[in-house]
Design a protein around this ligand. Structure first.
Ligand SMILES: [Zn+2]
Length: 89
């Protein structure tokens, strides 16, 4: 956490301003360094995916719904999208 010093930083997903200091001044939100993602605020950490719509998983589900959605129920399309996005590397 200390490697960022007292610079102004932003959440990688929602662009809220914050900092990675051990002791934060009043009104400054904490940001957490997440491996493979970057700095995230508390809200985005709890969401576990970007808050904008459509994010990667939702876009994949939309594309699948357009292509195979008539063959599968929507719940199955969402599960396939979750699987594809979580295994995308
Ligand atoms: Zn955020």
């Amino acid at each position: 956490m200390g490697s960022y010093g007292d610079k102004d930083l932003w959440c990688h997903w929602c662009w809220k301003s914050g900092s990675c200091q051990d002791e934060l001044p009043d009104g400054v939100i904490p940001l957490w360094d997440v491996d493979g993602v970057g700095l995230l605020c508390d809200v985005c950490m709890q969401l576990e995916e970007p808050p904008w719509w459509p994010n990667n998983r939702q876009r994949c589900a939309l594309q699948l719904r357009e292509s195979i959605g008539r063959l599968l129920p929507l719940s199955a399309v969402k599960k396939v999208a979750d699987f594809l996005v979580s295994n995308d590397s």
